[in-house]
Design a protein around this ligand. Structure first.
Ligand code: RB5
Length: 150
């Protein structure tokens, strides 16, 4: 199992109310969390935070990324534009586990408007504690090949 210690964390305004609870939870269970922020003065734009978190992960400044917006989808779409990022929206425990195990996701994306804070914390924990299964590597290589072509 790869040692996961450092997390890059970012949200938009839609996750403003839960962001500190989630961040403190992650620290309590032993992770170092670097907060790439959000703009607390009104509405902000999720791509601004998605790119910061994704760059931290692909440049190995963080082991995994955590992104939250209203649904997780905007964050995922934006983060996946960064080469090397595999940002998965996880809508339950199974998808959090399979994103790590089968898809080799390095970023989990969650929706503050589609889940409770305890569901979100639990999904992140499951994601971080699940190892990638090497038998899926040939598919990741094909994703990398697509990135090289475009
Ligand atoms: C912001 O209102 C909302 O659109 C955003 O948080 C996110 O859900 C987009 O995917």
């Amino acid at each position: 199992m790869e040692k996961i210690k450092k997390l890059a964390f970012g949200t938009d305004h839609a996750a403003a109310e839960i962001r500190n609870t989630v961040k403190e939870y992650l620290k309590d269970i032993g992770y170092e969390v670097e907060d790439f922020g959000f703009d607390e003065h009104g509405a902000c734009d999720y791509p601004d935070y998605a790119v910061k978190v994704a760059e931290a992960v692909v440049n190995k400044k963080a082991d995994r990324g955590i992104l939250m917006c209203g649904t997780g989808m905007g964050m995922s779409i934006a983060a996946n534009k960064v080469k090397g990022s595999i940002a998965a929206v996880c809508w339950d425990e199974d998808t959090a586990k399979l994103a790590a195990q089968h898809n080799g996701a390095n970023i989990i994306c969650l929706g503050s408007r589609t889940a409770t804070v305890s569901e979100i914390c639990h999904r992140i924990k499951v994601f971080l504690e699940t190892s990638f299964e090497e038998r899926h590597m040939k598919r990741i290589v094909k994703i990398r090949d697509i990135e090289k072509k475009v």
